[in-house]
Write a protein that binds this ligand. Structure first.
Ligand code: AMP
Length: 284
């Protein structure tokens, strides 16, 4: 695995891989790599791609400075994980190269209206502008590729797909299913910030989602079942919505067919998100 920290080296390495007949598989991350990230890298490797992993804790997508300050970082372990999962190239760009005028003073922003304003976007002002802007830059530097995104961040994956299409990037966005711990909690770099008790309480989220996925119902029934379980457990619910899997618009009880339940809670001051595929039955 080669390691690169400058933009021209990164651009050249991806071009050279394509010139040698390989397809580039891009895996964007913020580091503190766990088995969820590993699955993205392994999926790209299994598809035969020349796999380029990026690690960049993008300050522009943090709406809370404290969240940025305490975001876990472990580059030593990340190098080992990326290499063991089969990555060909690890790119750790510098903030001054990604945002030459500084994260606060960069004048160019990519805003995905609609998709970026819902759910996570509504509660974390500027978050998806930061995400769309950094991913657009990753795509611009990497060039034509397949880009692997986890369904764990379902709204982000949907938004990136829309952005790539709207701006004409030659990038095929591939979604990878959620990897969970044995107890059901979706793996997240933020899980290390939970207390043992917080983690135990957080398990109500994946459990409630699994329950509604197992039992077809109309959208409002599913939403209320998840909400009431979380509320009964004394959890702070950021949102729970049953949405169209492509447009992410909230569904009413006329909806019938494939849907996604998106949920977010705050435990020990840590924001946790999760989601599940469901089948809604038209009720009203
Ligand atoms: P992050 O480092 O949190 O920005 O995540 C980088 C990529 O890994 C994103 O595409 C995430 O959706 C994906 N990812 C994070 N956690 C998981 C997980 N538990 N299962 C699958 N993909 C994940």
């Amino acid at each position: 695995m080669i390691e690169i920290d400058d933009l021209s080296g990164w651009r050249d390495a991806a071009s050279a891989a394509r010139a040698s007949g390989r397809r580039v598989g891009l895996v964007p991350t913020m580091g503190a790599l766990h088995a969820g990230h590993r699955r993205l890298i392994e999926t790209a490797t299994a598809a035969g791609d020349w796999v380029l992993v990026t690690i960049f804790v993008n300050p522009r997508q943090f709406d809370d400075p404290e969240d940025l300050a305490r975001y876990p970082r472990d580059l030593g372990a990340d190098r080992l994980t990326a290499s063991a999962a089969g990555a060909d190239c690890l790119v750790i760009p510098r903030t001054r190269d990604m945002w030459p005028d500084g994260p606060e003073n960069t004048s160019t922003t990519v805003h995905v209206a609609g998709l970026g304003d819902l759910y996570e976007g509504a509660q974390r002002p500027g978050h998806f502008d930061g995400v769309a802007s950094v991913v657009a830059k990753l795509f611009a530097i990497t060039g034509p590729c397949r880009a692997y995104f986890g369904e764990k961040d379902y709204q982000q994956m949907t938004l990136v797909r829309a952005m790539a299409r709207d701006l004409g990037f030659d990038v095929d966005v591939v979604s990878v299913p959620i990897v969970r711990d044995e107890d059901g909690l979706a793996l997240s770099s933020r899980n290390v910030l939970l207390s043992a008790e917080g983690r135990r309480r957080a398990l109500h989220l994946p459990a409630a989602l699994a329950d509604v996925a197992a039992e077809p119902a109309c959208a409002s029934q599913m939403r209320e079942r998840v909400r009431s379980r979380l509320a009964d457990a004394g959890l702070e619910v950021a949102y729970v919505e049953v949405v169209d899997p492509v447009t992410l618009t909230a569904l009413d009880d006329h909806a019938e067919g494939e849907a996604r339940v998106l949920g977010a809670i705050v435990v020990d001051g840590v924001r946790l998100i999760d989601n599940v595929a469901v089948h809604v039955k038209g009720g009203a």
